[in-house]
Ligand binder design. Structure first.
Ligand SMILES: Cc1ncc(COP(=O)(O)O)c(C=O)c1O
Length: 390
């Protein structure tokens, strides 16, 4: 039986994605295991931003709006679309996930006329719950929080929309989006999926599943940079009826007509509100180049294999640490470990150039971004974890 160290070396040597790591600007001394929170910078981003600032902004100035800036939210959206299983023309990039959640939730409640309830999974990422509460106060719906395992059966004829986190941010558990979508549709409710922890981690088939709306961030596994703009998926079937509450001038059918009244743009552009953040948008555009020639299936395979290897390392080196992440394939690209003192250990690991993160009450999360994480990084993290605890 090869040792963990031998296995890590063998797995790294056989990794079909190994060459991708060189496309990222990573500190060679560092094991970076927090790409589920903030992805590492692809090297092409700095050069692209220098060009955008030095040429497009400094030299072309206002003309750049007509030379690609104005259409960037849909153009970049069409680059995200294949990663979520969406045909072109259904994804727009801009604003934050929280803001897009608000737009989609209110729009979904308006479509599901006559129903008065929003279902939210009880373990949801906090912003989803907060936004649901805020949106429901405005629309007159009530929010019902349901344990995620019971979400499907909780859908009733009162349910307007079910808000689902595709991958749980704390444990990394993958939710049954196909089953939940089917259960919701069977009872006439809509589904809004939060893809923050699944986009760029695993294959997603929004069109094929018939998911009604989806949102997600681009600063985790899409490596768009801190605060990079989020995306909003509005499928063709709902674009006509999509009546979003932040109906600003950029989503107007003819913004420069400067009309007093709002007429929404045709298509997904109606999902926009105000002027897009071009620097962040084009940083994301450059970051998406690392996906050229990458199959999401390959990424998924490596993500699962990294997780398997992490479990083996924990079992051998850190008995007594609880593994919160499901060991089967129903998980995203992270391994969450619960133990006393996790907060202090996360800090101590950072001092040893192993970066993961901490989530209350006692969880160390190790993010396994397959484009740049090596098996040797995983082994190092668990070895250091053991040493910090003894
Ligand atoms: C599942 C999930 N939803 C929403 C958010 C927050 O999105 P934003 O801060 O971009 O609005 C996060 C951030 O980590 C998240 O993990």
């Amino acid at each position: 039986m090869p040792s963990l160290s031998e296995r890590a070396d063998q797995l790294d040597a056989a990794d079909p994605l190994a060459a991708k790591r060189a496309e990222f600007d990573l500190d060679p001394e560092m094991s970076y295991l927090d790409g589920n929170s903030l992805g590492a910078p692809p090297k092409g981003v700095a050069a692209r931003l220098a060009e955008v600032i030095g040429h497009q902004w400094a030299r072309r100035l206002i003309r750049s709006w007509d030379e690609g800036w104005w259409t960037a939210p849909e153009r970049v959206g069409d680059r995200v679309a294949p990663l979520v299983g969406a045909a072109p023309g259904q994804v727009v990039v801009g604003d934050s996930t929280s803001v897009n959640l608000f737009k989609a939730l209110v729009a979904a409640c308006r479509i599901a006329d006559g129903r008065d309830e929003v279902l939210v999974d009880a373990e949801t990422f906090p912003t989803d719950g907060y936004i649901a509460d805020g949106a429901a106060r405005l629309t007159g719906h009530r929010v019902r929080r349901v344990p995620v395992a019971a979400l499907g059966e909780a859908v009733s004829e009162r349910t307007a929309v079910v808000l689902v986190n595709h991958v749980d941010y704390r444990t990394g558990a993958l939710r049954e989006l196909p089953l939940l979508t089917a259960a919701a549709h069977e009872r006439g409710a809509l589904v809004l999926a939060d893809l923050c922890h699944s986009v760029g981690a695993l294959p997603i088939e929004l069109d094929a599943l018939g998911v009604d709306f989806a949102v997600g961030c681009t600063y985790k596994f899409l490596n768009g940079g801190p605060g990079s703009p989020a995306f909003l998926y509005v499928p063709s079937k709902w674009q006509e009826e999509f009546d979003q509450p932040l109906a600003g001038w950029v989503g107007h059918r003819d913004p420069f007509a400067m009309e007093p009244g709002y007429r929404g743009a045709a298509g997904v552009r109606k999902g926009m509100a105000g002027t897009p953040d071009i620097l962040s948008m084009l940083a994301l555009d450059a970051a998406l180049d690392v996906w050229d020639g990458v199959r999401i299936g390959q990424v998924r395979e490596k993500g699962l294999a990294l997780g398997e290897f992490a479990f083996a390392c924990v079992d051998e080196l850190a008995p007594g640490v609880e593994v919160l992440t499901p060991r089967g394939p129903a998980r995203g690209n992270q391994v969450s470990l619960a133990f006393d003192g996790a907060r202090e250990v996360t800090r101590a690991l950072a001092d040893r150039a192993v970066l993961g993160d901490f989530r209350p009450p006692d969880v160390l999360r190790l993010g396994l971004a397959p484009l740049y994480v090596r098996y040797t990084d995983v082994l190092r993290a668990v070895r250091e974890l053991r040493s910090c605890r003894t």
